[in-house]
Design a protein around this ligand. Structure first.
Ligand SMILES: Cc1ncc(COP(=O)(O)O)c(C=O)c1O
Length: 337
């Protein structure tokens, strides 16, 4: 499955790849010797984070890839497995926009398969659309922008039947009670699970994403990533953050509670036609006039996402769940519309 040139190439070997131990004098990486807190290059493979993260995720450190956001992992997976102009990726429509963007950048043909009306996988259409040259299927669950989990049974059918790589993007997994697919890695050598520190962990500005897979796939991603793709500050803050899982869990609980409240309040507004069930930290709401509502809110300095041009999302706004006060202000503004 791996692109021939990626399989055969010799990866860049950094100073920190070649010497990993403790020493007193480092004159091997052309760094500035005067301490600034950041004058040394970071650990290229971020082992301290992986060792902390592995027991939390119930995987081994060698099954983890860390990147500059999960966006980096999305790009690298396509680069690793798709021969340009030949090997396609398959995505659902609608879904997270970066799969299509990364496919385009890497000249990987894109196959889009529309979700059903209740935003679930259409397996007949999906299996009908796969070709011999399809290398990757991206499944986003919970899906962005629709908010729902994809049916677990259907995902299993894809994993069982498709011979290429199945990427399950679980960026929003902490906001559901559903079990992560990371626990099925031993059963499926073609599975890659993506998660991120940008949502539940509250570190979107740091840029740290995770990919979980078998060691062979993780090694391929490490082979083609930039040598020092996660900077020292990100590594240090991520390590500290991982010591306080309770803080993350508390934020998640609050967001889930607010999500239910916001859903109720939205449903009582005359402009609301439907609020779709959400397993994520946002709600997709169908309103009478999404572009108009979007502009009205923008004039009041409240920014939501107008998704009305997206497949199956006519007149839909995607609203991130905010703090209790932010949600209150949003509802108050909408009541005056
Ligand atoms: C489904 C999904 N995957 C990945 C990402 C990007 O995550 P990161 O910040 O880790 O690059 C997002 C961001 O909105 C997302 O919605």
């Amino acid at each position: 499955m791996v692109r021939k040139n990626v399989l055969n190439m010799k990866p860049y070997s950094s100073a920190r790849d070649e010497f990993k131990g403790e020493a007193e004098i480092f004159l091997d990486a052309n760094e500035n010797p005067y301490p600034s807190g950041y004058n040394r290059y970071p650990d290229p493979l971020q082992w301290k984070i992986k060792e902390k993260l592995a027991p939390i995720k119930n995987v081994s450190p060698e099954q983890i890839f860390l990147g500059n956001g999960s966006d980096e992992a999305i790009d690298l997976i396509i680069r690793a497995f798709c021969e340009p102009h030949k090997n396609s990726i398959l995505i659902t429509d609608p879904t997270y926009g970066m799969y299509a963007v990364c496919a385009e950048v890497n000249a990987a043909p894109l196959i889009k398969v529309e979700l059903t009306r209740d935003f679930d996988l259409d397996l007949d259409a999906l299996f009908g659309a796969i070709t011999d040259d399809t290398r990757i299927i991206f499944l986003c669950s919970p899906n962005n922008p629709t908010g729902n989990l994809l049916s677990r049974d259907k995902i299993f059918k894809v994993l069982d039947r498709f011979q290429g790589i199945v990427v399950i993007d679980e960026a929003y997994i902490d906001f559901t009670t559903s079990e992560s697919f990371t626990q099925l890695l031993p059963l499926y050598p073609n599975l890659v699970v993506l998660q991120t520190f940008s949502k539940a962990w509250g570190l979107a500005g740091l840029r740290l994403g995770m990919a979980f897979s078998n060691m062979e796939i993780i090694n391929i991603l490490n082979k083609i990533k930039y040598p020092y793709n996660v900077n020292i500050q990100t590594q240090e803050i991520a390590l500290k953050t991982l010591l306080d899982v309770d803080k993350k869990d508390k934020a998640v609980d609050e967001i889930i509670e607010q999500r239910a409240q916001l859903e109720n309040e939205l449903l009582q507004l005359p402009i609301t036609e439907q609020v779709y069930p959400s397993d994520a930290n946002f709600l997709l709401a169908k309103v009478k006039d999404a572009p108009g509502t979007y502009r009205y809110l923008m004039d009041r300095k409240i920014i939501v996402r107008d998704r009305s041009k997206i497949t199956l999302c006519k007149n839909c706004l995607r609203i991130t769940v905010g703090t209790p006060q932010e949600n209150k202000n949003l509802i108050a503004a909408l009541k005056n519309l």
